[in-house]
Design a protein around this ligand. Structure first.
Ligand code: 2AM
Length: 487
């Protein structure tokens, strides 16, 4: 029989599936947990159903809920992101004392978390906004947990969060302090963006095998299963192999009956918007978001397919070798994508004044979450070697992989272009790689054009940076430069 006389170590508000599963996960690790939900049936369902016999204290009012908590009180919100979180903070705060802690475990947008952490700090209430990834299964048995917020809150809840989190293959918790105020939710947002990128790359690999090489689903299943035993070993590759093997009731692959129009909930878009705002070229994630948008123009594409011509070129060459080329293109593109993701986090760190735990971030993503992979272990090692690593692509290991995969990667992009098979993520990552490693880019032409039509000025290669020049290109315009606006 559970000991429900003692006060609860932590309380969870919001007992939908994620909330319920987290409560049970906490109980599994020896914690007593108070539960509260707006609709009381869910609370009853939990204690009389899956949570029966566990150390759960069901409560049916905010007052009862707060009263059930050990001090300092730890209140975890697992409610819908947005206004509901603010509403609950408002209703719970009057019952809390200085030093109590609110944790938002929903998918909140990081600017909200920045605002809430600061507002609550003024009232002496500690706040954590944490990304949680791994879906229902993860919540029940070990998700990836990415907490940020008021650093004073971390020691209070560290044990609980690390206990319930997933563990890496080396047994380390996939939960560590990310950084101040919105850093946890920010990192979760980038995680989701990277997830968009990984999924897009895998879809391109599948589509190329299917349409370019005419491979059967059994063959593709074999290839992805094989890939999952090597450098690409990851949850997404694993489920892709499963999906390829899955047959509909009539015995044909279910995959081919699924409408090719992708949905999205918005976290990839948030990542892209933030990248644009900060001027960081997170090209692969943004391309992956747009690839979903393009797929969603389903009816328009059916029309265009009848009108717009493409090449009729078929694949010629060694098919087995080309499958290996695709694997290498996927790996190289993935390195670019993660490098871009970390570039974005680095810029956000400057922009929002955080101190990001980079190795910790890689570790948090190694297990429990959708992008979990062996690859993230390599990233963790890169940050262990050099905690202030400026760009993942400059790490010796990843630089070596890029060098090794380069010919295959170029071959894949070239073949796609020749055959007219869309491969936006493979192509954009290669373009980024070539751009990033170029000491010279054609931006001199852009600067000349800007100065020509708008007197926006330019810097010169033969003068120190920071000096600006304007040329009267036509002899007709004035000598006055446009220093005050940016068209
Ligand atoms: P409910 O069971 O009463 O709907 C996920 O949707 C969780 O957020 C659920 O626990 C849900 O409570 C809660 N939730 C959603 N909207 C809410 C609202 N406006 N007020 C309180 N709880 C809400």
């Amino acid at each position: 029989m559970a000991d429900t006389k003692r006060k609860a170590d932590i309380g969870v508000v919001g007992l939908a599936v994620m909330g319920q599963n987290l409560v049970m996960n906490m109980c599994d690790h020896g914690y007593t947990v108070a539960g509260y939900n707006r609709t009381s049936e869910k609370t009853k369902d939990l204690v009389e159903g899956p949570g029966k016999g566990m150390a759960i204290i069901p409560t049916y009012s905010i007052e009862e809920f707060i009263d059930a908590l050990e001090k300092p009180r730890k209140v975890m919100l697992m409610v819908k992101a947005g206004e509901v979180v603010d509403k609950f903070i408002d209703s719970v705060t009057p019952h809390l004392e200085e030093g109590d802690l609110i944790i938002d475990g929903g998918n909140s947008h990081f600017p909200d978390t920045i605002r809430r952490t600061k507002a609550l700090a003024e009232k002496g209430i500690l706040y954590i906004g944490t990304g949680i990834s791994g879906g229902e299964e993860g919540a029940r048995h070990g998700p990836s947990i990415m907490p940020g917020g008021n650093p004073k809150a971390w020691p209070i809840v560290r044990n609980i969060l690390q206990d319930i989190s997933a563990k890496t293959r080396d047994g380390e918790p996939c939960c560590d302090w990310v950084g101040q105020d919105g850093a946890g939710h920010y990192v979760k947002m980038v995680h989701n963006g990277i997830e968009y990128g990984d999924m897009q790359l895998i879809s391109e690999a599948y589509y190329l095998m299917k349409t370019g090489l005419g491979m059967t689903h059994e063959e593709m299943h074999e290839v992805f299963s094989e890939w999952n035993r090597g450098e690409l070993d990851s949850y997404l590759i694993e489920i892709t192999a499963d999906i390829l093997a899955y047959k509909d009731k009539d015995g044909s692959p279910l995959l081919e009956k699924i409408l090719d129009s992708a949905g999205q909930k918005g976290t990839g878009k948030w990542t892209g918007i933030n990248a644009l705002e900060m001027g960081i070229p997170v090209t692969l994630i943004v391309e992956a978001v747009f690839a979903r948008c393009l797929s969603a123009l389903y009816d328009e594409r059916q029309l265009a397919a009848k009108t717009l011509a493409g090449p009729s070129k078929k694949f010629e060459g060694d098919r087995k070798a080309f499958v290996e080329d695709i694997r290498q293109a996927l790996l190289a593109s993935k390195i670019v994508s993660y490098a871009q993701g970390f570039m974005l986090i680095r810029e956000a760190e400057k922009e929002y004044g955080w101190d990001i735990n980079y190795g910790g971030v890689a570790n948090m993503w190694r297990g429990g979450c959708i992008i979990r992979s062996v690859f993230l272990g390599n990233i963790k090692e890169a940050f262990d070697r050099k905690p202030d690593l400026y760009n993942l692509m400059l790490d010796d290991y990843f630089r070596g992989v890029l060098e090794r995969c380069q010919d295959s990667w170029r071959n894949v992009v070239a073949q796609c272009a020749r055959m007219g098979v869309p491969a936006p993520a493979f192509s954009t990552s290669l373009a980024f790689y070539d751009g990033y490693r170029s000491s010279q880019l054609p931006a001199n032409m852009i600067q000349a054009q800007r100065d020509y039509f708008g007197a926006h000025t330019y810097q010169r290669t033969d003068r120190p940076k920071g000096e600006f020049f304007h040329t009267n290109w036509t002899g007709k315009g004035g000598e006055v430069s446009a220093g005050t606006y940016n068209a």
